[in-house]
Design a binder for this molecule. Structure first.
Ligand code: ZN
Length: 257
């Protein structure tokens, strides 16, 4: 059983297309998306349509929710991007002839959690599925880690921080380093303990590696963190051309920060 898990596409069409092209070569049985399909990036509608058509399970992220309802808790640049994103979705839905194509309806009906056997899937954390961050430095906050791990049966797959890696209850954070020239890093899931697996971000990586990131889960035993090059200068230029999107949102793609 092979499952591809993507997250945090953030309206980056070029990154999403490159990742899907790679997934198509991996013979996966299913494709899951852990939310934040929109926000920050220049192609929210295109990305929602692709995710809707390609993924068998899609979760709601905090940016998706912000684009549908009142954005709350975002910084100025992110909120501006969310309002622009909302206008794009509304414009699309106004022009759409078939009610089945309404993107806001699709996003509005997404669940916040999903469970499959031993694994649960969230955008943020098991404790607050929509918007709690679990950062690598949280291993120095054992109380938080303990509380979050208590809510997990075995494995929890999540996104939100845009920093890929595996947390164990010790607590420890294992960072998957995929060297340039190589496209993946294997990690065996700990056989006898719980684990939280952050699948990284397709459209806005923030671990210093600008390549798009996603995960392949094999037989619930091994995760492969894949890093995929995409034409990020195209995305960056598009962002620069949209006045409601801060140039910084494009520039940070180059740094992976
Ligand atoms: Zn995100």
């Amino acid at each position: 059983m092979k499952r591809a898990i993507i997250s945090d596409v953030h309206g980056n069409l070029e990154a999403l297309q490159a990742v899907l092209e790679d997934i198509d070569k991996q013979n996966v049985d299913s494709l899951y998306c852990l939310g934040d399909t929109v926000g920050y990036g220049p192609n929210p509608c295109e990305c929602v349509k692709i995710v809707r058509d390609r993924c068998s399970m899609v979760l709601l992220g905090n940016h998706d929710q912000g684009a549908l309802f009142d954005p709350d808790g975002f910084n100025v640049g992110a909120e501006k991007a969310i309002r622009w994103t909302r206008s794009q979705l509304e414009q699309h839905d106004r022009m759409s002839k078939h009610s089945a194509n309404m993107l806001a309806d699709f996003l509005g009906e997404l669940p916040r959690t999903h469970a499959d056997g031993d694994a649960m899937f969230v955008h943020g954390s098991a404790r607050r599925p929509l918007d709690e961050y679990v950062f690598p430095e949280d291993i120095y906050n054992p109380l938080k880690m303990e509380h979050v791990f208590e809510l997990i049966g075995r494995y929890c797959f999540q996104g939100h921080t845009h920093i890929p890696g595996i947390f164990t209850p010790s607590p420890e954070f294992l960072s998957p380093n995929v060297p340039q020239g190589s496209d993946e890093c294997h990690a065996a899931l700990p056989p006898s303990t719980k684990a939280m697996i952050n699948v990284g971000s397709v459209g806005q990586p923030r671990d210093g590696d600008p390549r798009a990131c996603y995960v392949i889960l094999e037989d619930d035993q091994t995760v492969r963190f894949r890093r995929i090059e995409y034409p990020l200068e195209v995305t960056r230029r598009k962002i620069h051309q949209i006045s409601d999107l801060d140039n910084f949102l494009g520039d940070r793609l180059v740094q992976g920060r």
